[in-house]
Structures are given as structure tokens and as C-alpha cells.
Design a binder for this molecule. Structure first.
Ligand code: PLP
Length: 332
């Protein structure tokens, strides 16, 4: 199917290539058991986006990033993540299918069973792993890692943590346009808010731009779960603006008034002791979601986002809603 982004801006068809890696649209459903206080709750379930049982929000970004790397003739992707990086694993697995090698610099994060499992999967993925431990040592090691991964004179395709470059954010511009089409088709009511986790920001930045391109007044509520990156509202708005500029530079005729923002709310009270550390509120939200709604969350991102949503809803912060929870967690 033609992506919504190409339907809206046909000029991008040749300049911003897309490779379908998942099945869309992802389903939306009501969460009736969780919305006993406050607004009507819904979920858009991106856990089922992807192939071969491997899904989640990183796959949506790779639909635009992999063809961008191939368009530039790159052979290798170099990127960074924590020891349990979903992003690094998705890049390694989907990149390999498209002839791209992945090189990962891994920084330390709290190690639990989930992270141990991820590390095993990373080792089996064919990615080249560099254990750089800290951000400072990653920066020191970067020139050597980059120099070793030239393919002839072609440099590697360098990506920030989480794939949150403007090209990566297009995955969630597309997802927002997809949600708008589901609203038009009557699958769900127009939401007042959409709530999701912020790990590196590409997801909320893409949603923020996509909602505005779709003409929806929905506010995007980003629940920050990562304290190792700068993820404040101006920084994330800048990423949304850079994404809009990319589309203009590649030939899209965006309405002039689309850049001025103001639809992004950033919430920072739910990180707990830090990125990857469990919190009791998140553990409760994870249990409630599984027991009441058969919604499978994980402790690093989605359970913290759901904890924020439930608390804000109980305090009436969403008014009558409706509120959409974007589930970014895929099965591994
Ligand atoms: C990476 C990730 C996020 C955060 O998305 P960003 O675009 O990096 O902010 C949320 N949930 C899960 C499960 C993730 O792996």
C-alpha cells in the first residue's frame, strides 16, 4: 500500500523512499476496564507492527531509514544504545535483510533478565558490538569505529540513539496520518490526547508533526523515561521542525503554518531513579494492563508511560478525553 505520507505529498514518492516492514494500519481498541475514572481510553497497538514476531516502534522508523541508507549507497549502519537496546537489535535484524551491516556502540544500563536476553539476541544478530560503557567513552571511540567502517570511500550511515533522526521520525509522521485515517473511518473518536513514552524522542516528534499535518488538534503527551539524553520540549519541537524541513527540502509543499508548534506536552515525573530502573508505579501499571486489558507492557518504556497516563487521568488532566495510549512495545 502507498504510505499516507506519499498520498498526502506525491512529490516525496521519488525523494523519500519507503520500504514496508510491517502491516498497517495497526489496530485500535477501547480500554474499558482501565478507564473507570476520567476520560475514555483507547490503545493504538504498534506492538504488532513488524515481521517475524519482531515489532514495535523502531520498525516504523526503519521503514524510512533503511531505504535512505541504501539511496546514499551506504553499506553499514553505525549507531548507539544501551546494553538492552531494542533499537540496535531491530536495526541489526532488519538491516541484515536488506544487505546492511550494523555496528553498535553499547553503553551500560541496569542488567536484568530482559537485558540479558537482549544481549544474547544482539550477539546472535550478526551486529558488530563495541562495549563502550559510558557516553564519554563512546564519543572517544567514535572516530575509530567510524574510520574502520568505511566501504571504500563511502562512510557508514551514522544514526543517533533510538534512530531519532528526522528521517527516523517519519515513521511516526506516517503513524499519525494512519491514525487520522482510522478516525475518519470511524474506528475511534478524535482523541484530545495521545500518550506515549519518550526514550530518544523520534516517536513523539513524528507524532507532533503528523498530527498537525493531519489537521488534528490532538495534544501529544510524551512521558520521558530516559535521563541520559536531552529530551525537553524545545529539543523535541526542534526535531519535529527539522523533520518538517526535511520534507520541504525533498519537495513536499507543506502548509506554511505547520511548523509553529505547541501540541507537545512533556512529562518528566515518571523516570524514577533513572533510565531502565524499575518503579513501583510502573510495575502496578504493567500488572493492571496485563490483567484487565491483555495489554503487554515492559518496565523500561511503556509501563512508565501507562503509569503516567493512569495518574494524570485520575487527576482529570485529560478532561473528557478521549485519550489514546500508543503501545510502542513489540514482542521479541
Ligand atoms: C525506543 C522505545 C520507545 C521510545 O521511542 P523513542 O522514539 O526512542 O522516544 C518506547 N517504547 C519502546 C518499547 C521502545 O523500545
Amino acid at each position: 500500500m502507498t504510505p499516507h505520507l506519499h498520498q498526502l505529498f506525491p512529490d516525496l514518492t521519488g525523494t523519500v523512499p519507503h520500504i514496508a516492514l510491517g502491516t498497517s494500519p495497526t489496530p485500535v481498541r477501547r480500554l474499558s476496564a482501565l478507564d473507570t475514572t476520567g476520560a475514555e481510553l483507547w490503545v493504538k497497538d504498534d506492538s504488532v507492527f513488524g515481521a517475524g514476531g519482531w515489532g514495535g516502534n523502531k520498525v516504523r522508523k526503519l521503514e524510512w531509514l533503511l531505504p535512505d541508507a541504501l539511496r546514499l549507497g551506504r553499506r553499514t549502519i553505525v549507531t548507539v544504545g544501551g546494553l538492552g537496546t531494542n533499537w540496535g537489535l531491530a536495526t541489526a535484524l532488519y538491516g541484515r535483510e536488506h544487505g546492511l551491516k550494523t555496528v553498535l556502540a553499547l553503553v551500560d544500563q541496569p542488567v536484568d533478565d530482559h537485558v540479558r536476553g537482549q544481549l544474547e539476541r544482539l550477539r546472535a544478530s550478526g551486529a558488530e558490538l563495541h562495549f563502550t560503557h559510558t557516553k564519554a567513552r563512546t564519543i572517544l571511540a567514535a572516530p575509530v569505529i567510524l574510520a574502520r567502517n568505511f566501504s571504500g570511500r563511502r562512510p557508514p550511515y551514522l544514526l543517533p540513539a533510538g534512530g531519532s533522526s528526522p528521517v527516523g521520525a517519519l515513521g511516526y509522521v506516517e503513524a499519525a496520518l494512519e491514525l487520522a485515517a482510522q478516525i475518519r473511518a470511524g474506528e475511534l473518536p478524535e482523541p484530545s490526547h495521545i500518550v506515549t513514552a519518550v526514550g530518544s524522542g523520534g516517536t513523539v516528534a513524528g507524532l507532533s508533526l503528523g498530527m498537525r499535518l493531519a489537521g488534528l488538534p490532538t495534544r501529544v503527551v510524551g512521558v520521558v523515561v530516559n535521563d541520559t539524553l536531552r529530551l525537553d520540549e524545545p529539543t523535541l519541537t526542534r526535531l519535529a521542525d527539522r523533520t518538517a524541513r526535511l520534507l520541504r527540502d525533498r519537495g513536499a509543499r507543506l502548509p506554511e503554518n505547520v511548523s509553529p508548534t505547541g501540541n507537545l506536552d512533556i512529562v518528566t515525573d515518571w523516570i524514577g531513579p533513572g533510565y531502565g530502573y524499575p518503579t513501583p508505579e510502573a510495575a502496578t501499571a504493567q500488572t493492571l494492563s496485563a490483567d484487565l486489558e491483555q495489554l503487554n507492557l515492559e518496565p523500561v518504556y511503556t509501563a512508565k508511560a501507562m503509569a503516567a497516563l493512569l495518574d494524570m487521568n485520575a487527576r482529570g488532566r485529560f478532561g473528557p478525553g478521549p485519550v489514546v495510549f500508543l503501545n510502542t512495545n513489540g514482542p521479541r
